[in-house]
Design a protein around this ligand. Structure first.
Ligand SMILES: C[S@@+](CC[C@H](N)C(=O)[O-])C[C@H]1O[C@@H](n2cnc3c(N)ncnc32)[C@H](O)[C@@H]1O
Length: 282
């Protein structure tokens, strides 16, 4: 595989991330089309980057620079590695693939290497081989998911990694919390927020993305940021579950309803049709 042929492959998320957008993508794409032209594109809860890669595949980012961020340091390690030295990441993943097995998995899980490319490849390796592709951490920020039961996990999808790397060349990737979007976004920009969802029931919450939960006060703070962006002339779109809290926090904006099946419970493996809210300020 040469780097030239990588351009023929259209990139998809290279991590399996809870909250990947599935059927919501089409609606989101329509929202983005309605916001064009925009100057810059911001995704402050980037996760697996489902919408970013979809927009790239469909040529909808135009010349806009992308600001991709998330507060999960492991995730950002993986993005930065793929962006800066995808061949280095691929070489390391090939090694993981050759050595993969139960003992090897738990040894990799236990140690966070100091080298940034080693860290990036470790995150991708664990993500592809762990149970359910979850990226759950304990209160000390340690990855604690057991080995998954995949017969032949796609540890090193070289073509997609190269294509993702090409797409990420236009992006500024940073670990930071969502409210910092206020320091980056300006009039004419577009922001897409995909926060951890407000739980539809007590048992359905999944807040294990990283240390610390995303509760009511975070949802309220996010609605405050949404309001400030609106006042600044920034176009903003947000997806969340259609709960009384979300309806009341965004009552001043257009709220569309989309029926989608998502993994929403704490095990992340039970799926059902739930109503999702698509909020926009334009
Ligand atoms: C619903 S997921 C995003 C899914 C993503 N759109 C995708 O396509 O995979 C929510 C993301 O928010 C991140 N997150 C949680 N709290 C955050 C915070 N305070 N600031 C920024 N990101 C946060 C999590 O690490 C997770 O990646």
């Amino acid at each position: 595989m040469t780097s030239r042929s990588a351009n023929l492959v259209l990139p998809r998320p290279f991590l399996k991330w809870v909250g990947g957008k599935g059927q919501l993508l089409e609606e989101l794409r329509r929202c983005v089309e309605a916001a064009r032209p925009f100057r810059r594109y911001h995704e402050p809860f980037v996760g697996g980057g489902a919408l970013f890669f979809d927009l790239y595949r469909n040529g909808l980012l135009g010349r806009a620079a992308a600001y991709l961020s998330d507060n999960n340091p492991n995730l950002i390690d993986a993005y930065l590695g793929v962006q800066r030295d995808v061949e280095g990441v691929i070489a390391r993943l090939r090694e993981h693939k050759a050595k993969h097995g139960e003992t090897y998995y738990y040894a990799m899980r236990a140690n966070v290497p100091p080298d940034p490319l080693d860290r990036a490849a470790r995150v991708i390796y664990l993500n592809k081989t762990c149970y359910n592709g979850l990226f759950r951490e304990n209160s000390r920020g340690e990855f604690n998911v057991p080995l998954g039961r995949y017969r032949n996990p796609a540890i090193c999808d070289e073509e997609n990694l190269r294509a993702a790397s090409a797409a990420l060349q236009r992006a500024k990737i940073e670990q930071r919390t969502f409210s910092t979007v206020l320091l980056k976004a300006g009039p004419g920009d577009l922001v897409y927020f995909d926060p951890p969802y407000d739980p539809v029931s007590k048992t359905s919450s999944f807040t294990g993305y990283a240390k610390g939960a995303f509760g009511v006060s975070e949802q309220q703070a996010l609605a405050g940021v949404f309001g400030q962006l609106t006042a600044l002339g920034v176009k903003a779109v947000l997806s969340n579950s259609m709960t009384p809290l979300i309806r009341s926090l965004y009552a001043d904006y257009t709220i569309g309803q989309v029926l989608a099946s998502r993994a929403v419970n704490s095990r992340g493996d039970r799926r059902g049709k739930i109503a999702e809210a698509l909020v926009r300020n334009y």
